[in-house]
Design a protein. Structure first.
Ligand code: NAD
Length: 406
Protein backbone atom coordinates (compact mmCIF):
# COMPACT_ATOMS: atom_id res chain seq x y z
CA UNK A 1 0.00 0.00 0.00
CA UNK A 2 0.97 3.62 -0.30
CA UNK A 3 0.97 5.96 2.74
CA UNK A 4 1.45 9.72 2.85
CA UNK A 5 2.81 10.93 6.19
CA UNK A 6 2.41 14.60 7.02
CA UNK A 7 4.88 15.90 9.61
CA UNK A 8 8.18 14.11 10.11
CA UNK A 9 8.92 14.64 13.77
CA UNK A 10 9.34 11.82 16.28
CA UNK A 11 5.93 10.32 15.54
CA UNK A 12 5.83 10.87 11.77
CA UNK A 13 9.34 9.58 11.12
CA UNK A 14 8.89 6.54 13.37
CA UNK A 15 5.62 5.77 11.55
CA UNK A 16 7.31 6.21 8.18
CA UNK A 17 10.13 3.84 9.18
CA UNK A 18 7.67 1.24 10.49
CA UNK A 19 5.60 1.30 7.30
CA UNK A 20 8.65 1.19 5.01
CA UNK A 21 9.97 -1.78 6.98
CA UNK A 22 6.59 -3.51 6.60
CA UNK A 23 6.97 -3.29 2.82
CA UNK A 24 4.79 -0.25 2.07
CA UNK A 25 5.53 2.69 -0.17
CA UNK A 26 5.76 5.93 1.83
CA UNK A 27 5.66 9.62 0.96
CA UNK A 28 7.15 11.72 3.75
CA UNK A 29 5.89 15.31 3.79
CA UNK A 30 7.76 17.86 5.92
CA UNK A 31 7.34 21.61 5.62
CA UNK A 32 10.40 22.56 7.63
CA UNK A 33 12.91 22.69 4.77
CA UNK A 34 16.18 22.25 6.75
CA UNK A 35 14.69 19.12 8.34
CA UNK A 36 13.54 17.86 4.95
CA UNK A 37 16.99 18.41 3.46
CA UNK A 38 18.58 16.47 6.32
CA UNK A 39 16.21 13.57 5.71
CA UNK A 40 16.88 13.61 1.98
CA UNK A 41 20.57 13.36 2.84
CA UNK A 42 19.92 10.33 5.06
CA UNK A 43 20.34 12.18 8.38
CA UNK A 44 17.77 11.81 11.15
CA UNK A 45 17.29 15.32 12.62
CA UNK A 46 17.03 14.07 16.22
CA UNK A 47 18.37 11.22 18.32
CA UNK A 48 16.35 8.03 17.76
CA UNK A 49 18.14 4.68 17.60
CA UNK A 50 17.65 2.56 14.48
CA UNK A 51 15.93 5.11 12.28
CA UNK A 52 18.92 6.08 10.12
CA UNK A 53 19.52 2.42 9.28
CA UNK A 54 15.89 1.90 8.20
CA UNK A 55 15.91 5.06 6.07
CA UNK A 56 19.05 3.86 4.33
CA UNK A 57 17.85 0.29 3.81
CA UNK A 58 14.42 1.25 2.47
CA UNK A 59 15.34 4.44 0.61
CA UNK A 60 13.81 3.16 -2.65
CA UNK A 61 10.40 2.94 -0.98
CA UNK A 62 10.54 6.53 0.34
CA UNK A 63 9.69 9.82 -1.39
CA UNK A 64 10.61 13.02 0.50
CA UNK A 65 8.70 16.24 -0.24
CA UNK A 66 7.37 19.48 1.23
CA UNK A 67 4.30 19.27 -1.01
CA UNK A 68 1.24 17.92 0.80
CA UNK A 69 -0.41 17.51 -2.62
CA UNK A 70 1.99 14.66 -3.48
CA UNK A 71 0.47 12.61 -0.67
CA UNK A 72 -3.01 12.86 -2.18
CA UNK A 73 -2.41 9.82 -4.37
CA UNK A 74 -1.78 7.60 -1.36
CA UNK A 75 -4.17 4.94 -0.03
CA UNK A 76 -3.96 6.62 3.38
CA UNK A 77 -2.79 10.01 4.60
CA UNK A 78 -1.37 9.95 8.12
CA UNK A 79 -1.29 13.19 10.12
CA UNK A 80 1.62 13.38 12.56
CA UNK A 81 1.92 17.16 12.90
CA UNK A 82 2.37 18.89 16.24
CA UNK A 83 -0.57 19.78 18.50
CA UNK A 84 1.05 22.21 20.95
CA UNK A 85 -0.50 24.05 23.88
CA UNK A 86 -2.07 27.44 23.41
CA UNK A 87 -1.58 30.12 26.06
CA UNK A 88 -4.83 29.08 27.80
CA UNK A 89 -3.78 25.41 27.92
CA UNK A 90 -6.07 24.35 25.07
CA UNK A 91 -4.72 22.22 22.24
CA UNK A 92 -3.70 24.14 19.12
CA UNK A 93 -5.17 22.23 16.17
CA UNK A 94 -4.06 24.72 13.53
CA UNK A 95 -1.37 22.40 12.06
CA UNK A 96 -3.95 19.62 11.69
CA UNK A 97 -6.43 21.98 10.06
CA UNK A 98 -3.80 23.48 7.72
CA UNK A 99 -2.74 20.02 6.59
CA UNK A 100 -6.33 18.92 5.97
CA UNK A 101 -7.18 22.11 4.10
CA UNK A 102 -4.31 21.45 1.69
CA UNK A 103 -6.04 18.37 0.22
CA UNK A 104 -8.21 19.13 -2.79
CA UNK A 105 -9.55 15.59 -3.21
CA UNK A 106 -11.22 13.22 -0.69
CA UNK A 107 -8.72 11.27 1.41
CA UNK A 108 -8.72 8.50 3.95
CA UNK A 109 -7.10 10.27 6.90
CA UNK A 110 -5.46 8.61 9.90
CA UNK A 111 -4.75 11.03 12.75
CA UNK A 112 -1.72 9.97 14.80
CA UNK A 113 -1.23 13.33 16.50
CA UNK A 114 -2.65 13.66 20.00
CA UNK A 115 -5.95 15.54 19.79
CA UNK A 116 -8.51 16.25 22.54
CA UNK A 117 -11.62 14.08 22.91
CA UNK A 118 -14.22 15.16 20.36
CA UNK A 119 -11.75 16.56 17.78
CA UNK A 120 -12.23 13.91 15.08
CA UNK A 121 -16.01 14.35 15.21
CA UNK A 122 -15.55 18.11 14.70
CA UNK A 123 -13.06 17.54 11.83
CA UNK A 124 -15.56 15.22 10.14
CA UNK A 125 -18.04 18.09 10.03
CA UNK A 126 -15.41 20.63 8.90
CA UNK A 127 -13.99 18.39 6.16
CA UNK A 128 -16.91 16.19 5.06
CA UNK A 129 -15.15 14.92 1.91
CA UNK A 130 -12.55 12.97 3.93
CA UNK A 131 -12.98 9.71 5.86
CA UNK A 132 -11.35 9.75 9.29
CA UNK A 133 -9.80 7.38 11.78
CA UNK A 134 -7.72 8.25 14.80
CA UNK A 135 -4.97 5.86 15.82
CA UNK A 136 -3.26 7.56 18.78
CA UNK A 137 0.48 7.11 19.13
CA UNK A 138 1.90 5.89 22.44
CA UNK A 139 5.62 5.77 21.59
CA UNK A 140 8.30 6.91 24.00
CA UNK A 141 11.10 9.12 22.74
CA UNK A 142 14.47 7.41 22.70
CA UNK A 143 12.78 4.16 21.67
CA UNK A 144 10.33 5.50 19.10
CA UNK A 145 11.04 2.98 16.36
CA UNK A 146 10.97 -0.02 18.70
CA UNK A 147 7.63 1.17 20.10
CA UNK A 148 6.14 1.62 16.63
CA UNK A 149 7.28 -1.85 15.58
CA UNK A 150 6.01 -3.49 18.77
CA UNK A 151 3.53 -1.28 20.64
CA UNK A 152 1.73 -2.50 23.78
CA UNK A 153 -1.57 -2.00 21.97
CA UNK A 154 -3.08 -0.29 18.95
CA UNK A 155 -6.21 1.77 19.43
CA UNK A 156 -8.27 2.43 16.30
CA UNK A 157 -11.05 5.00 16.56
CA UNK A 158 -13.38 5.35 13.59
CA UNK A 159 -17.09 5.37 12.83
CA UNK A 160 -16.35 4.11 9.32
CA UNK A 161 -16.71 0.33 9.45
CA UNK A 162 -14.76 -0.29 6.24
CA UNK A 163 -11.82 1.83 7.45
CA UNK A 164 -11.89 0.12 10.86
CA UNK A 165 -11.67 -3.28 9.20
CA UNK A 166 -8.88 -2.22 6.83
CA UNK A 167 -6.85 -0.71 9.67
CA UNK A 168 -7.45 -3.72 11.90
CA UNK A 169 -6.03 -5.81 9.03
CA UNK A 170 -2.95 -3.59 8.68
CA UNK A 171 -2.20 -3.22 12.41
CA UNK A 172 -3.28 -6.80 13.16
CA UNK A 173 -0.01 -7.95 11.59
CA UNK A 174 1.89 -6.48 14.54
CA UNK A 175 0.43 -9.24 16.70
CA UNK A 176 -0.48 -6.92 19.58
CA UNK A 177 -3.86 -6.25 21.23
CA UNK A 178 -6.19 -4.10 19.11
CA UNK A 179 -8.91 -1.86 20.50
CA UNK A 180 -11.45 -0.79 17.85
CA UNK A 181 -13.72 1.91 19.15
CA UNK A 182 -15.29 5.31 18.47
CA UNK A 183 -13.03 8.29 17.70
CA UNK A 184 -13.86 10.00 21.00
CA UNK A 185 -12.99 6.90 23.01
CA UNK A 186 -9.68 6.54 21.14
CA UNK A 187 -8.81 10.19 21.77
CA UNK A 188 -9.78 9.75 25.42
CA UNK A 189 -7.64 6.62 25.85
CA UNK A 190 -4.55 8.60 24.80
CA UNK A 191 -5.20 11.51 27.18
CA UNK A 192 -6.24 9.21 30.03
CA UNK A 193 -3.05 7.15 29.61
CA UNK A 194 -0.76 10.16 29.69
CA UNK A 195 -2.69 11.75 32.58
CA UNK A 196 -2.45 8.52 34.55
CA UNK A 197 1.32 8.25 34.09
CA UNK A 198 1.82 11.93 34.93
CA UNK A 199 -0.35 11.51 38.03
CA UNK A 200 1.69 8.49 39.12
CA UNK A 201 4.83 10.67 38.98
CA UNK A 202 3.15 13.46 40.94
CA UNK A 203 1.82 10.97 43.47
CA UNK A 204 5.30 9.78 44.37
CA UNK A 205 6.62 13.34 44.28
CA UNK A 206 3.99 14.43 46.81
CA UNK A 207 5.07 11.59 49.08
CA UNK A 208 8.75 12.42 48.54
CA UNK A 209 8.27 15.72 50.36
CA UNK A 210 6.68 13.91 53.28
CA UNK A 211 9.44 11.30 53.26
CA UNK A 212 12.03 14.09 53.53
CA UNK A 213 10.26 15.57 56.54
CA UNK A 214 9.41 12.30 58.23
CA UNK A 215 12.83 10.73 57.68
CA UNK A 216 11.94 7.97 55.23
CA UNK A 217 13.44 6.89 51.92
CA UNK A 218 11.07 7.33 48.97
CA UNK A 219 13.09 5.00 46.71
CA UNK A 220 12.69 2.10 49.14
CA UNK A 221 9.02 3.00 49.51
CA UNK A 222 8.52 2.99 45.72
CA UNK A 223 10.40 -0.32 45.43
CA UNK A 224 8.14 -1.85 48.05
CA UNK A 225 4.99 -0.47 46.44
CA UNK A 226 6.06 -1.45 42.96
CA UNK A 227 6.30 -5.13 43.83
CA UNK A 228 2.51 -5.18 43.92
CA UNK A 229 1.54 -5.95 40.31
CA UNK A 230 -1.57 -3.81 40.70
CA UNK A 231 0.74 -0.83 41.21
CA UNK A 232 3.95 -1.59 39.27
CA UNK A 233 7.30 0.13 39.76
CA UNK A 234 7.39 2.23 36.58
CA UNK A 235 6.72 5.98 36.76
CA UNK A 236 7.25 5.91 40.55
CA UNK A 237 10.61 7.68 40.58
CA UNK A 238 10.54 10.76 42.75
CA UNK A 239 12.54 13.73 41.53
CA UNK A 240 12.19 16.82 39.42
CA UNK A 241 8.87 15.78 37.92
CA UNK A 242 7.78 15.16 34.38
CA UNK A 243 8.54 17.27 31.32
CA UNK A 244 8.81 16.77 27.60
CA UNK A 245 6.60 17.63 24.70
CA UNK A 246 3.63 15.47 25.76
CA UNK A 247 2.72 15.22 29.46
CA UNK A 248 2.59 18.94 30.35
CA UNK A 249 0.63 19.92 27.25
CA UNK A 250 -1.70 16.92 27.37
CA UNK A 251 -2.48 17.53 31.06
CA UNK A 252 -3.25 21.18 30.26
CA UNK A 253 -5.43 20.21 27.29
CA UNK A 254 -7.37 17.65 29.33
CA UNK A 255 -8.04 20.23 32.05
CA UNK A 256 -9.13 22.67 29.37
CA UNK A 257 -11.58 20.17 27.83
CA UNK A 258 -12.98 19.53 31.30
CA UNK A 259 -13.40 23.25 31.86
CA UNK A 260 -15.22 23.59 28.53
CA UNK A 261 -17.56 20.87 29.74
CA UNK A 262 -18.15 22.75 33.00
CA UNK A 263 -16.14 20.28 35.05
CA UNK A 264 -13.18 20.35 37.38
CA UNK A 265 -10.85 17.31 37.49
CA UNK A 266 -9.26 17.78 40.93
CA UNK A 267 -6.88 14.82 40.71
CA UNK A 268 -5.51 15.82 37.31
CA UNK A 269 -5.30 19.49 38.33
CA UNK A 270 -3.43 18.63 41.51
CA UNK A 271 -1.03 16.37 39.60
CA UNK A 272 -0.14 19.26 37.29
CA UNK A 273 0.25 21.63 40.27
CA UNK A 274 2.47 19.16 42.11
CA UNK A 275 4.67 18.95 39.06
CA UNK A 276 5.24 22.71 39.09
CA UNK A 277 5.72 22.69 42.87
CA UNK A 278 8.40 20.02 42.62
CA UNK A 279 10.75 22.41 40.80
CA UNK A 280 10.30 24.95 43.59
CA UNK A 281 10.85 22.20 46.16
CA UNK A 282 14.09 21.21 44.53
CA UNK A 283 15.22 24.82 44.46
CA UNK A 284 14.55 25.07 48.19
CA UNK A 285 17.23 22.42 48.70
CA UNK A 286 19.88 24.75 47.27
CA UNK A 287 21.37 27.37 49.53
CA UNK A 288 22.60 29.65 46.76
CA UNK A 289 23.74 33.24 46.76
CA UNK A 290 24.49 35.61 43.91
CA UNK A 291 27.54 34.65 41.86
CA UNK A 292 27.53 30.96 42.84
CA UNK A 293 27.75 28.41 40.07
CA UNK A 294 25.41 25.46 39.63
CA UNK A 295 26.36 22.64 37.26
CA UNK A 296 23.48 20.79 35.61
CA UNK A 297 24.42 17.22 34.80
CA UNK A 298 21.89 16.25 32.15
CA UNK A 299 19.55 18.67 30.41
CA UNK A 300 17.04 16.58 28.44
CA UNK A 301 13.69 15.79 30.08
CA UNK A 302 14.71 12.14 30.30
CA UNK A 303 17.68 10.00 29.29
CA UNK A 304 17.88 8.60 25.77
CA UNK A 305 16.65 11.72 23.98
CA UNK A 306 17.94 15.11 22.88
CA UNK A 307 14.46 16.62 23.10
CA UNK A 308 14.49 19.77 25.25
CA UNK A 309 10.82 20.70 24.83
CA UNK A 310 9.43 21.54 28.30
CA UNK A 311 12.47 20.03 30.01
CA UNK A 312 12.44 20.76 33.78
CA UNK A 313 16.09 21.81 33.47
CA UNK A 314 14.99 25.01 31.72
CA UNK A 315 12.50 26.03 34.44
CA UNK A 316 15.09 25.25 37.11
CA UNK A 317 17.80 27.25 35.34
CA UNK A 318 15.50 30.23 34.83
CA UNK A 319 14.78 30.38 38.57
CA UNK A 320 18.49 30.27 39.41
CA UNK A 321 19.36 32.91 36.82
CA UNK A 322 16.76 35.20 38.41
CA UNK A 323 18.80 34.91 41.60
CA UNK A 324 21.93 35.83 39.61
CA UNK A 325 23.33 32.35 40.04
CA UNK A 326 25.50 31.10 37.18
CA UNK A 327 24.30 27.93 35.47
CA UNK A 328 26.29 25.62 33.25
CA UNK A 329 24.99 22.41 31.74
CA UNK A 330 26.35 19.19 30.33
CA UNK A 331 24.35 16.61 28.42
CA UNK A 332 25.59 13.79 26.18
CA UNK A 333 23.10 14.81 23.45
CA UNK A 334 20.83 17.70 24.35
CA UNK A 335 21.70 21.38 24.05
CA UNK A 336 20.15 24.51 25.51
CA UNK A 337 20.41 28.29 25.17
CA UNK A 338 22.39 28.73 28.39
CA UNK A 339 26.04 28.03 29.02
CA UNK A 340 27.00 24.54 27.99
CA UNK A 341 30.08 22.44 28.72
CA UNK A 342 31.55 19.81 26.42
CA UNK A 343 32.51 17.52 29.29
CA UNK A 344 31.32 16.72 32.80
CA UNK A 345 34.61 17.97 34.20
CA UNK A 346 34.26 21.31 32.43
CA UNK A 347 30.73 21.72 33.82
CA UNK A 348 31.85 20.90 37.34
CA UNK A 349 34.97 23.03 37.33
CA UNK A 350 34.52 25.73 39.98
CA UNK A 351 30.88 24.76 40.66
CA UNK A 352 29.26 25.18 44.06
CA UNK A 353 26.55 22.63 43.37
CA UNK A 354 26.20 19.66 41.03
CA UNK A 355 22.63 18.68 40.20
CA UNK A 356 21.84 15.37 38.53
CA UNK A 357 19.00 16.52 36.28
CA UNK A 358 18.83 13.63 33.80
CA UNK A 359 19.72 10.10 34.77
CA UNK A 360 21.92 9.21 31.79
CA UNK A 361 23.96 6.05 32.46
CA UNK A 362 27.26 7.94 32.14
CA UNK A 363 26.12 10.53 34.70
CA UNK A 364 24.59 8.07 37.15
CA UNK A 365 27.83 6.12 37.21
CA UNK A 366 30.21 9.05 37.76
CA UNK A 367 32.94 8.31 40.27
CA UNK A 368 33.50 10.73 43.19
CA UNK A 369 36.81 11.76 41.53
CA UNK A 370 34.84 13.35 38.67
CA UNK A 371 33.77 16.09 41.10
CA UNK A 372 37.31 17.02 42.11
CA UNK A 373 37.21 20.41 40.35
CA UNK A 374 34.18 21.72 42.26
CA UNK A 375 34.60 24.79 44.46
CA UNK A 376 32.27 23.18 47.00
CA UNK A 377 31.33 19.49 46.71
CA UNK A 378 27.56 19.72 47.13
CA UNK A 379 25.38 17.22 45.28
CA UNK A 380 21.69 17.45 44.58
CA UNK A 381 20.42 14.20 43.15
CA UNK A 382 17.23 15.39 41.45
CA UNK A 383 16.58 11.89 40.08
CA UNK A 384 17.61 9.78 43.09
CA UNK A 385 19.88 7.90 40.74
CA UNK A 386 23.49 8.67 41.64
CA UNK A 387 25.25 5.45 42.52
CA UNK A 388 28.22 6.99 44.30
CA UNK A 389 26.18 9.02 46.77
CA UNK A 390 24.24 6.25 48.42
CA UNK A 391 26.60 6.26 51.33
CA UNK A 392 24.62 7.53 54.35
CA UNK A 393 27.73 9.27 55.68
CA UNK A 394 27.87 11.55 52.66
CA UNK A 395 26.61 14.73 54.26
CA UNK A 396 26.90 16.79 51.11
CA UNK A 397 24.50 14.61 49.16
CA UNK A 398 20.80 15.36 49.01
CA UNK A 399 18.24 13.45 47.02
CA UNK A 400 14.48 13.94 46.83
CA UNK A 401 12.62 12.19 49.65
CA UNK A 402 15.74 10.54 51.04
CA UNK A 403 16.60 12.65 54.08
CA UNK A 404 16.96 9.52 56.22
CA UNK A 405 20.21 8.88 54.36
CA UNK A 406 21.88 11.65 56.30
P1 NAD B 1 7.31 17.25 16.14
O1 NAD B 1 7.14 18.67 16.48
O2 NAD B 1 8.60 16.55 16.45
O3 NAD B 1 7.00 17.01 14.60
C1 NAD B 1 5.93 17.59 13.91
C2 NAD B 1 6.42 17.91 12.51
O4 NAD B 1 5.32 18.28 11.68
C3 NAD B 1 7.38 19.09 12.46
O5 NAD B 1 8.60 18.67 11.86
C4 NAD B 1 6.67 20.14 11.60
O6 NAD B 1 7.55 20.89 10.81
C5 NAD B 1 5.79 19.24 10.76
N1 NAD B 1 4.60 19.89 10.16
C6 NAD B 1 3.67 20.67 10.76
N2 NAD B 1 2.72 21.03 9.87
C7 NAD B 1 3.05 20.45 8.68
C8 NAD B 1 2.46 20.44 7.38
N3 NAD B 1 1.32 21.09 7.12
N4 NAD B 1 3.07 19.76 6.40
C9 NAD B 1 4.22 19.09 6.65
N5 NAD B 1 4.83 19.05 7.85
C10 NAD B 1 4.25 19.73 8.86
O7 NAD B 1 6.11 16.49 16.87
P2 NAD B 1 6.08 15.01 17.49
O8 NAD B 1 6.80 14.98 18.78
O9 NAD B 1 6.39 14.02 16.44
O10 NAD B 1 4.52 14.92 17.85
C11 NAD B 1 3.53 14.92 16.86
C12 NAD B 1 2.21 14.60 17.50
O11 NAD B 1 2.26 13.29 18.09
C13 NAD B 1 1.78 15.54 18.61
O12 NAD B 1 0.40 15.65 18.59
C14 NAD B 1 2.23 14.82 19.87
O13 NAD B 1 1.47 15.16 20.99
C15 NAD B 1 1.98 13.38 19.48
N6 NAD B 1 2.83 12.40 20.18
C16 NAD B 1 4.14 12.66 20.40
C17 NAD B 1 4.93 11.73 21.04
C18 NAD B 1 6.38 12.01 21.34
O14 NAD B 1 6.96 11.31 22.17
N7 NAD B 1 7.02 12.98 20.71
C19 NAD B 1 4.38 10.52 21.46
C20 NAD B 1 3.05 10.28 21.18
C21 NAD B 1 2.27 11.22 20.55
Amino acid sequence: MKFGIIGLGYVGLATLCGLAKAGHEVIGVEKHIPKLEQLKGGTVPFHEPGMAEVLSEYQDAITWTDDVGLASGADYVILAVGTPSREDGSCDLSYIEAALAAFKTPQKIIIRSTVPPGTTNVLKVMYPAHTFAIVPEFLQEGRALADVLKPHRVVIGSDDLEMCEELAGIYGRLGVPLVCTSPINAEFIKYASNAFLATKISFINDLSRLADKAGADITTIADGMGLDPRIGRSFLNAGLGYGGSCFPKDMAALLHVAQENGLDLPVIRAAAETNDAQIRYLLSKLDVTRGMRVAFLGLAFKPGTDDMRDAPSIALAQQLLLQEVEVIGYDPLATWDYRQADTVEEALDGADYAILVTEWEELVNLKPEAFAGMRQPRFIDARNAWKFARDPRDVQYEGVGRMQQK
